[in-house]
Design a protein around this ligand. Structure first.
Ligand code: NAP
Length: 313
């Protein structure tokens, strides 16, 4: 733990990468820590057409590749480690990881969010064996098969459209009779012949033998429970779950002010702890998109720079 960084950025999604770019360009001694690999949830997205300047056909991975290359031009140090505890109370912030401990004058939390589980029997058991939270990663495995997509938001409908390139039939299972997804995305799904909708319905159980071969659905209005099985010629089916995301904030519980487990900040990304900032999907905000995440990251880095300058003068 010998190096005292100016700023440590926790998380390497769009918010973390934008913070790293601004911190690097401001010549702050910066470390970006990522649990596995950089990119965040956007690398699971097949089409990014709402980020200003994105090329036609831009994907999550292609956008992140460019962001990473840009960050690397400004020599921000990047490490893979999982932080297990933090001490943010003093002027020197300490982060303890599995591999090493780290210290910095300021911390930017850009840990993002993770897919929410449905919580029904069989879901966890069959993750990677028919249950998936990432269409980009897993849709090709369901070529010519039947797939159930759970959820009614942007993610569910957009990913169902992507899965329709592979699967022979997609059933979108939504707990209400109206989608939450943007109207433009809804329209594409309604026009897609491979996609149909099962309204007012939730999943009661995911079933299988080694791999998913059935799903139990419950109609919330009638109470009717239906078991849907894979056809005998297919033998298996897919269940893609997009019922929202939960913020990754466990490390900061009881330390940083939150609302529904999302971190509260002011418009300058400042948390209630001096020298600690939050950016991107992890914080309380009205719109969670790449464009708002990168904006948060930029503001957080500039504010961290100001904070350090004031602290030292
Ligand atoms: P979301 O907007 O929160 O939608 C979650 C969906 O899952 C809702 O339809 C919700 O139903 C349903 N749901 C929640 N809990 C459930 C449960 N336990 N059982 C069954 N259904 C459940 O989440 P999202 O679609 O993942 O999107 C997250 C954020 O990313 C949003 O801000 C979204 O706009 C953004 N996003 C944007 C794009 C894009 O702009 N192209 C793409 C993907 C995501 P109710 O509707 O009844 O609440």
């Amino acid at each position: 733990m010998s190096i005292l960084y100016d700023v440590i950025i926790l998380g390497g999604g769009p918010a973390g990468l934008a913070a790293a770019l601004y911190a690097g360009r401001a010549r702050m001694n910066t470390l970006m820590l990522e649990k596995e690999k950089a990119g965040g949830m956007i690398i699971q997205t097949e089409e990014v057409d709402n980020y200003p300047g994105a090329a036609e056909g831009e994907t999550g991975p292609s956008l992140i590749e460019k962001m990473l290359a840009q960050v690397d031009r400004f020599h921000t140090k990047r490490e893979i480690d999982t932080i297990t505890s933090v001490d943010l109370s003093g002027p020197i912030k300490i982060l303890k990881g599995n591999k090493d401990d780290y210290q910095a004058k300021a911390v930017i939390i850009a840990t993002g969010a993770k897919p929410r589980l449905m919580g029904c029997p069989g879901e966890k058991e069959f993750i990677g064996k028919g249950v998936s939270y990432c269409a980009t990663c897993d849709a090709p495995f369901f070529e010519g098969l039947e797939v159930y997509v759970i959820g009614g938001g942007d993610a569910a409908v957009e990913e169902a459209l992507f899965i329709s390139k592979f699967a022979k039939k997609i059933h979108i299972v939504h707990r209400r009779d109206e989608l939450r997804a943007a109207k433009s995305i809804q329209q594409k799904a309604f026009e897609n012949e491979k996609i149909d909708f099962i309204w007012d319905t939730v999943v009661e159980e995911v079933m299988g033998q080694g791999f998913v071969n059935g799903i139990v659905l419950k109609n919330l209005k009638t109470g009717e429970v239906t078991e849907k099985k894979a056809s005998p010629e297919d033998g298996i089916l897919g269940v893609f779950v997009f019922v929202g995301y939960d913020p990754i904030t466990e490390l900061f519980e009881g330390i940083i002010n939150m609302q529904n487990r999302y971190i509260l900040t002011d418009e300058n990304m400042k948390t209630n702890i001096t020298g600690v900032f939050a950016a991107g999907d992890v914080r309380v905000k009205s719109l969670r998109q790449v464009v708002t995440a990168t904006s948060d990251g930029a503001i957080a880095a500039v504010q961290a720079e100001k904070y350090i300058e004031e602290m030292e003068n």
